[in-house]
Write a protein that binds this ligand. Structure first.
Ligand code: F0G
Length: 445
């Protein structure tokens, strides 16, 4: 499938971004030249997937596409019980509701917006136990998604294992820059939590990309396939939530996978309330078929090499020009360090939000803020969270853009970097109650 790109004039872009309240989520897609807002649901499907769409069995119950999907997840991720959900946050809602009681703590390797929202809505406090180097954009460590075992032990000691329903392990870590976690670290987290009877649930959204980094960088895995590594990695957890819109190469869908039959029964009871019957969970039969086929394509080593190679191409180009980006380059995106771009703009004036708006005005490239706006407010004090990372994410959809698109993007980032001393901050003029980054509006100061 190909589609034309439209380029509008600089004057039209200035008008569009002002009308969008300087929030790239509020732009119309027809006003975008190269869309790097997200890698979520923006993937191009293959011939095999489109052929599968024609084989949709749209029965309400027991669709054959569900059984194909279930078999693909069991084969490549290794979990026993599976229910589809409309997307990742549907699975997060259900997992949080069945596992968390008010007053609990959920440790994790850095927060993700929707994941933490559902954990907090179920009454938990999220505790960040990622290694400290994850918060430093210039640190070159290879596995910056790792869990800080001392911090996790200290939490268990402080609040008691019975207040920790599970550890939420993300692979890769989106908010840290798409950074991977090592197999060694995952095994160590397993050993520690097993002693205390605490479960591990994986956010497997980009776990295939994580497996590729293990293959490339972790001793002992160089001659193992991505598929083998993925299966081993998942075996150290009790289940997963999944947004199929990323690794699994589809435009919509997700799942919740569990190894414990009793927990699965509880989850199924809620799936019918929030998502749909447990054999479709909010997905059409044809979309389940596309996801089953996408899973199989996603674990091919050649696919991963091309996919992550493209992200690295953009990131290394910018780094080579001296533009501040999160190091090392992660799996799904290149993250610009807005603090280093705009040291003169205080964090309360939303430097990353301003940078994303300036990039759009320069070239029509759409990126996403991943800083103070995304971090939201503390649920107890109501104050802004002040994350150390104040980033703009250039997220690369899978199988969509060419190297020329990466070059245009890099040149636009360089142009905005050259103009950095002229940039101004923003003030927030509308703040939604939940997940504010999606719909907040701003004005220039
Ligand atoms: N977990 C991670 C790590 C994610 O990146 C996302 C979505 C979700 C869970 C939620 O999944 O969107 O299917 O409900 N991330 C998108 C992004 C929105 O742009 O990074 P969902």
């Amino acid at each position: 499938m190909v589609e034309p790109l439209r380029m509008i004039t600089p004057q039209e872009r200035s008008k569009a971004i002002a009308e969008a309240g300087y929030n790239t989520f509020l732009l119309r897609s027809e006003d975008i030249y190269i869309d790097l807002l997200t890698d979520s649901g923006t993937n191009a499907m293959s011939d095999r997937q489109w052929a599968g769409m024609m084989l949709g069995d749209e029965a309400y119950a027991g669709s054959r596409n569900f059984y194909n999907l279930e078999a693909a997840i069991q084969k490549y991720y290794g979990y026993r019980y599976i229910t589809p959900t409309h997307q990742g946050r549907g699975a997060e809602n259900i997992l949080s509701q069945i596992c968390i009681k008010p007053g609990d703590y959920v440790p994790g390797n850095m927060y993700f917006t929707t994941t933490r929202h559902h954990q907090e809505a179920a009454g938990a406090t999220f505790v960040d136990v990622v290694v400290p180097e994850a918060h430093d954009p210039s640190d070159e460590s290879l596995f910056k998604g790792n869990i800080d075992l001392a911090a996790l032990s200290a939490l268990i000691e402080r609040v008691g294992a019975d207040k920790i329903p599970y550890v939420c392990v993300a692979a890769t870590v989106n908010m840290a820059g798409g950074q991977p976690i090592s197999m060694t670290n995952m095994k160590a987290v397993r050993a520690l939590t097993r002693k205390h009877g605490i479960r591990i649930f994986l956010d497997a959204t980009r776990a295939v990309e994580n497996a590729w980094f293990i293959q490339q960088n972790e001793p002992g895995y160089g001659d193992r396939s991505v598929a083998e590594i993925l299966l081993e990695f998942c075996s150290h957890s009790d289940g997963c939530t999944m947004s199929g819109k990323k690794d699994a190469l589809v435009n919509i869908g997700g799942w919740l996978a569990l190894n414990d039959k009793h927990l699965y029964e509880e989850a199924s009871a809620l799936v019918v309330v929030y998502e749909g019957l447990h054999t479709y969970g909010g997905m059409a039969g044809r979309d389940m078929e596309a996801m089953a086929r996408g899973i199989e394509e996603s674990v091919q080593d050649d696919h991963m090499r091309a996919r992550i190679g493209q992200v690295r191409y953009l990131g290394e180009k910018l780094h080579g020009w001296g533009v501040p980006v999160v190091r090392p380059i992660g799996g799904h995106a290149v993250y610009l360090d807005a603090r280093a771009f705009y040291p003169h703009i205080p964090q309360d004036q939303f430097p990353a939000q301003a940078l994303a708006a300036n990039l759009y005005e320069d070239s029509g490239v759409r990126a996403m803020e991943r800083g103070i706006v995304s971090a939201g407010r503390d649920k107890l004090t109501g104050e802004h969270h002040h994350p150390k990372l104040e980033l703009v994410r250039l997220t690369i959809p899978r199988r969509v853009y060419t190297q020329a698109h990466m070059d245009v993007t890099a040149e636009s980032v360089a142009a905005v970097w050259d103009e950095r001393s002229r940039a101004r901050g923003l003030k927030m003029v509308f703040e939604p109650k939940y997940l504010r980054f999606f719909q907040a509006r701003f004005e220039p100061i």
